[in-house]
Unconditional design. Structure first.
Length: 427
């Protein structure tokens, strides 16, 4: 079945699923394959559970029911269908990527745009070769703009997602030392993230550019973007106040008064994310007072820069993921806080390949220069480089046991590590 014919079926049944345990009535099941499963084997079960059709790539399975649609490759078909739907819808798409902050920027931007537009945005962290097409297929005729987050850990992945999203606007939050095992080097990170700039330039679109980031400036210039584009606002932003949450001031013109926003975000590194959301909002016609309302109301609940009070202790939970850039930024932010008693619980940073030892050692050197009462490190990577006075734990369960045994009180505790270390379970 070709894409056009499948799309006519999708218009009659505009909901898709890839999970045979989640089968809304009248939906279309796509039988994807994974490392340990083959969705083809669950296709008939999905039909029995309520799906109207199932897309499979196993001829033997396809012969079992006339509602089974045979295609050469289910994943490729899902991606082609999503791209076709995006073109048919025709509205503006903003594609966001970056080493750090892309999910927070996506959330802030979507909140701002929602003040004046009907917005479709990526849910959670569905930002890969499966999540992006599933997100695009949720676009309805009433949506006025789509905000699509895209992630990658190997060269070429952003370019592939660009071909599906076909964005009009692009935003790279930053480029850092993340997924070095897959990218090979920091230059590999820049090249892959820069695939978004390549795509936007080829389409004649526009990029929202952090003018204070030298790497992004160089990447944009090398691809032919004019950095004095008057079509996009130039937004200044800065920290004000000394509380645990970021108080943010911004203005889009030197002659304008500063707007002051009290946010629910932790960390000065979020200033760039906030500036990005303001810039996008202004470009889409959202009024300044609406932007302020959206930023003030946003409350992170996704393990990113969350502040949690547990008894007398204050937990800074930034444990959804970690790489050397984000880990260092979180520690710098903690060092700027004026709390009398501070502690860190840091988990291994994964996917760093041959750079892992040196990058973990770099974090240890930063810790040695900080005024901390306790330094707890979790995992084998940190174990190899831990310094004097630093306590090392095998896993998060060992940390939980230690927390039960020790009377820690009136302390600000930063929790950060790669998602696989499961440090987010501590709070």
């Amino acid at each position: 079945m070709n894409t056009e014919t499948l799309y006519s079926i999708f218009r009659e049944h505009p909901q898709v699923t890839t999970d045979s345990r989640n089968t809304p009535d009248g939906s279309i099941f796509f039988a994807l394959k994974g490392a340990s499963f083959d969705g083809n084997e669950f296709a008939t079960k999905a039909l029995e559970a309520g799906c109207a059709f199932a897309v499979v790539d196993n001829p033997r399975v396809a012969a079992l029911d006339k509602r089974l649609i045979l295609v050469p490759d289910v994943l490729e078909t899902l991606q082609k269908l999503a791209a076709y739907h995006r073109r048919t819808w025709g509205g503006p798409v903003l594609q966001i990527t970056g080493s750090n902050g892309k999910t927070t920027t996506k959330e802030l931007t979507s909140a701002v745009l929602s003040k004046g537009k009907r917005v479709l945005s990526t849910e959670g962290n569905l930002n890969n070769h499966i999540g992006v097409p599933l997100t695009l297929l949720r676009i309805k005729p009433e949506h006025e703009v789509a905000v699509i987050e895209t992630g990658a850990n190997h060269p070429g992945e952003i370019a592939a997602l660009c071909r599906i999203a076909q964005a009009d606007f692009g935003l790279i939050t930053n480029v850092g030392r993340a997924h070095l095992e897959g990218f090979g080097s920091f230059e590999g990170v820049k090249q892959t993230k820069g695939e978004l700039y390549d795509d936007i330039h080829a389409r004649g679109g526009k990029v929202f550019l952090n003018a204070f980031d030298a790497d992004l400036l160089e990447m944009a210039r090398s691809r032919g973007f004019m950095l004095n584009d008057d079509a996009l606002p130039y937004v200044e932003g800065r920290i004000c106040g000394t509380g645990p949450f970021v108080e943010f001031e911004w203005r889009a013109d030197i002659d304008e008064p500063w707007h002051t926003v009290s946010t629910h975000l932790i960390g000065a590194y979020n200033i760039a994310n906030l500036r990005a959301a303001v810039t996008v909002g202004l470009s889409f016609g959202i009024r300044p007072e609406q932007i302020d309302e959206a930023l003030a109301a946003y409350n992170p609940t996704n393990g990113r820069s969350e502040l949690k009070q547990v008894g007398s202790n204050c937990f800074i939970v930034d444990a959804y993921n970690a790489n050397p850039s984000s880990m260092s930024a979180a520690l710098t932010n903690l060092s700027l806080m004026e709390d009398a008693h501070k502690m860190v619980i840091l988990g291994d940073m994964r996917e760093l390949g041959s750079a892992s030892y040196e990058e973990h050692k770099r974090i240890v050197r930063q810790l040695e220069g900080m005024d901390l009462e306790r330094i707890w490190l979790v995992g084998s990577e940190f174990e190899m480089v831990a310094g004097s006075g630093m306590r090392v734990f095998k896993d998060v369960e060992a940390v939980k046991a230690a927390l039960q045994e020790e009377a820690i009180s009136n302390t600000t505790i930063l929790i950060k590590g790669s998602n696989s270390t499961k440090l987010y379970t501590l709070s």
